[in-house]
Design a protein around this ligand. Structure first.
Ligand SMILES: NC(=O)c1ccc[n+]([C@@H]2O[C@H](COP(=O)([O-])OP(=O)(O)OC[C@H]3O[C@@H](n4cnc5c(N)ncnc54)[C@H](OP(=O)(O)O)[C@@H]3O)[C@@H](O)[C@H]2O)c1
Length: 329
């Protein structure tokens, strides 16, 4: 039997990966081999492959893909055929990722999937959904009845944050969006109001957000930083929290010491990389239960493996309209 499998390799930093045939991995102590069925292309995948992330330049070539869904081929703990979600460190540490037909994964990181949710939908949600959920709960400590503001609410993190905030009992959920598409998506996800980004400065944007929301906000979920992050911090209520988890709009935001001190407010950072496997599993289980119940979804486009290089380029150019999920079926 051939030990060759289909996948992609990043061969040049900043370039779309190339379709290749590679040697199937073999499980060693503490590791499992998984047959990938679906894996998303995320901003983190593209950032790591560009060589400009804070993890540094990954050695080339490597298989990208920081997460996926599949079935166990061999594992010390899980029966062959078990359906699982899995993370990888591809692009952040040496080793290959999910965008190949077979993947080597730390056995302790496998999350068996019980919920009746299609593999492509699980892949679309994945770590972006985990980040939104944990930013609201673990980091942001959302309390029922509070007002939540979600920046970049048309993205996957944003769509999940809007829906999850509601499911967790927020009093109202408001969105800040750049494009028409993102504004439509945030409204469809259930945002009570949408403030559109324009070329105004942080003070003007903060004033428009306060008008849309009808006052201040208790919790901000911020994947953008930059001017939107600065403006959102100006809208925090006393004891308000801003959880930053990305910097799509700028590497820095500014905060007034007097405002933070006076209001006992908190600016918090979030990374999925700080989660233990148990915390990650708990978040994913909760999210997939809501997805199975029809309460949670994200917009996505499914592409075959042959379509991956073009889809990756579109994600890198920012011309994609939705999350791409690669299907290996
Ligand atoms: N810390 C963590 O653990 C963690 C986990 C997951 C994601 N993230 C980060 O969170 C961010 C969002 O992730 P995602 O999965 O939601 O990505 P996504 O689905 O690609 O969505 C990105 C969203 O950000 C908006 N956006 C991009 N550039 C912008 C800019 N310059 N100004 C204003 N809006 C902008 C886009 O708006 P348009 O649709 O209008 O273009 C889109 O709605 C990324 O930076 C990602 O790396 C962090």
């Amino acid at each position: 039997m051939s030990n060759q499998v289909r996948g992609v390799h990043v061969t040049r930093h900043g370039a779309a990966p190339e379709l290749v045939r590679t040697t199937a991995p073999v499980a060693g102590p503490g590791t499992a081999v998984v047959a990938t069925t679906a894996a998303p292309i995320t901003p983190l995948d593209v950032l790591c492959a560009s060589g400009t992330s804070y993890f540094g330049e990954p050695a080339l070539p490597y298989v990208p893909g920081v997460q996926g869904v599949g079935t166990v081929v061999s594992s010390p703990e899980h029966a062959p055929g078990t359906r699982v979600w899995f993370p990888t460190s591809a692009g952040m540490a040496p080793g290959d990722g999910s965008l190949a037909e077979r993947v080597l994964v730390a056995d302790a990181d496998l999350v068996p999937l019980a919920a009746d949710v299609p593999d492509t939908v699980v892949a679309a949600l994945g770590l972006s959904a985990v980040a939104a959920w944990m930013s609201l709960t673990w980091r942001g400590r959302l309390v029922a009845g509070e007002t939540v503001l979600v920046l970049g609410a048309g993205g996957v993190v944003g769509q999940v944050a809007v829906q999850a905030a509601r499911l967790l009992g927020a009093g109202s959920v408001h969105a800040v969006c750049r494009s028409d598409r993102a504004a439509r998506t945030a409204s469809a996800a259930g945002a009570d109001s949408v403030t559109r980004l324009r070329d105004d400065d942080a003070d003007e944007l903060a004033a428009r957000i306060r008008r849309s929301v009808g006052g201040s906000v208790d919790l901000v979920i911020d994947p953008l930083c930059g001017i939107p992050g600065t403006a959102a911090a100006l809208c925090l209520a006393p004891h308000g929290r801003l959880v930053n988890l990305g910097s799509s709009a700028g590497a820095t935001a500014t905060y007034s010491s007097a405002t933070l001190r006076g209001g006992s407010q908190s600016i918090l950072g979030y990374t999925n990389n700080a989660l233990t496997p148990d915390l990650r599993r708990g978040a994913l289980d909760a999210l997939l239960d809501h997805a199975a119940a029809g309460d949670l979804s994200v917009e996505h486009d499914v592409v075959p493996l042959d379509g991956l290089p073009a889809a990756w380029q579109s994600q890198a150019d920012g011309t994609n309209e939705r999350r791409y999920v690669v299907s290996f079926a």
